[in-house]
Design a protein. Structure first.
Ligand SMILES: [Zn+2]
Length: 399
């Protein structure tokens, strides 16, 4: 049989070409797979890995063997869903995805009985035209969807209806209708009383909304007083027409914090920055007025207060015995290290813990590092391929 050198050369070339294409395909697949893996980690898995470290705190007096009901409550604040005026589409996409994944991962891992969002749900609720409002509400409902066994209770904030000078009946009714919220409401869950307030209406200037809010506050105060005097001889006479409420000191929930002069005393990694701590708070703007704060403490005698609005963490003690927790913002837009509060609560006691969400800078760092490594790897491979092709070209010429 005759040996044909041309056929042998062609076969050699096609084998080399197939091997080259295979290497190239493997290279592209591994790059694409690694990118998908990093993306899956940063956009999905990381939320579970961070939140799984959180657990419900133990509450005094509640043991598994006794039947004291313990309410597992999650408190978050200042979600500030961006609107059409100030919201860039990428900003919206990024921050809303972060909140949706954080919230959904927390619900799945922690199974709370109830979730409270302490106001400023929307960033532009105070300006929104009806169409924009409806669109924002649809987005909110998708992000904060929850199973039927978890209750979601939403409070009103100044960004939802405007500051006092900007607030009106239309904006308040729109919010109340959407979220089934009233300006002053007493909610009892597992024998625990929560007072939900519209703190924007506690201006004390006798405006229509403020008057209605104060009347509701008085009614709640009467209910709570009656719940405390069950054993009193005058109970039947004084509380005959008052709706029965469990005998438990209430937990006050609202958007504005009670009066404090600044955040100077606040500590912790998610408290305000040193510059912010120097700024004195303005009454009726950053915090409630001193008068409204005193009135709330006197009328409600709460055992605990949780509020939002400042976007930073703080713990203060009112009258030397009533703690108030400022819940930091839940959104990366307002904080690098958002968080929420987890409360194990009984009618007599409570215990709180904080659960941090993934940090935004950590995710950016992972993307940047992986991006740099990939780029270097791709460039190195391209360089190696080019050198190899030059060498093989030279060899063919020599043959
Ligand atoms: Zn606010």
């Amino acid at each position: 049989m005759m040996f044909n050198p041309m056929v042998s050369l062609r076969t050699g070339f096609s084998k080399k070409r197939t091997a080259y294409l295979k290497t190239r395909l493997f290279f592209l697949c591994s790059i694409f797979g690694s990118i998908l893996l990093v993306f899956f980690f940063c956009e999905f898995l990381v939320y579970y890995l961070v939140i799984v470290k959180c657990s419900w705190p133990e509450v005094k007096g509640a043991h598994k063997e006794d039947s004291t009901p313990v309410l597992k409550a999650m408190f978050l604040a200042d979600t500030h869903l961006l609107g059409e005026i100030r919201g860039h589409w990428f900003d919206k996409l990024r921050r809303e995805w972060q909140m949706e994944r954080s919230y959904q991962s927390a619900l799945w891992l922690l199974q709370p009985d109830v979730v409270f969002i302490l106001g400023d749900i929307f960033d532009e609720g105070k300006w929104s035209i009806p169409e924009a409002w409806s669109r924002d509400v649809v987005r909110f409902q998708k992000m904060f969807r929850h199973p039927p066994h978890t209750e979601l209770i939403v409070l009103v904030g100044n960004h939802d209806i405007g500051f006092h000078y900007d607030m009106n009946i239309y904006k308040l009714s729109r919010f109340e209708k959407t979220f089934n919220f009233t300006s002053g409401k007493l909610v009892s869950l597992k024998g625990i009383n929560f007072v939900l307030l519209n703190s924007v209406a506690l201006e004390g200037d006798d405006c229509d909304i403020c008057r209605a809010a104060e009347n509701q506050l008085e009614r709640i105060s009467t209910k709570l007083s009656c719940s405390r005097m069950r054993e009193h001889p005058d109970f039947r006479k004084k509380c005959k027409n008052v709706e029965k409420t469990p005998m438990s000191a209430p937990i006050l929930l609202q958007h504005y914090p009670l009066y404090r002069f600044s955040d100077l005393e606040c500590t912790g990694e998610d408290s305000a920055s040193p510059e912010e701590k120097k700024v004195l708070f303005r009454e009726k703007y950053d915090v409630l007025s001193q008068d409204a704060s005193k009135k709330l403490l006197q009328l409600l005698q709460p055992r605990l207060i949780l509020s939002g609005h400042t976007h930073s963490a703080c713990e203060v003690l009112h009258q030397g015995k009533i703690p108030e927790i400022s819940v930091p913002s839940f959104s990366w837009r307002n904080r690098n290290n958002p968080s929420f509060i987890m409360g194990s609560i009984t009618a007599a006691n409570y215990s709180l813990a904080k659960c941090f969400l993934p940090k935004e800078n950590m995710i950016i760092y992972i993307y940047c590092t992986v991006g740099t490594l990939f780029t270097s790897y791709v460039l190195a491979c391209l360089w190696a391929c080019t050198i190899q092709r030059i060498h093989s070209g030279r060899k063919i010429k020599l043959v």
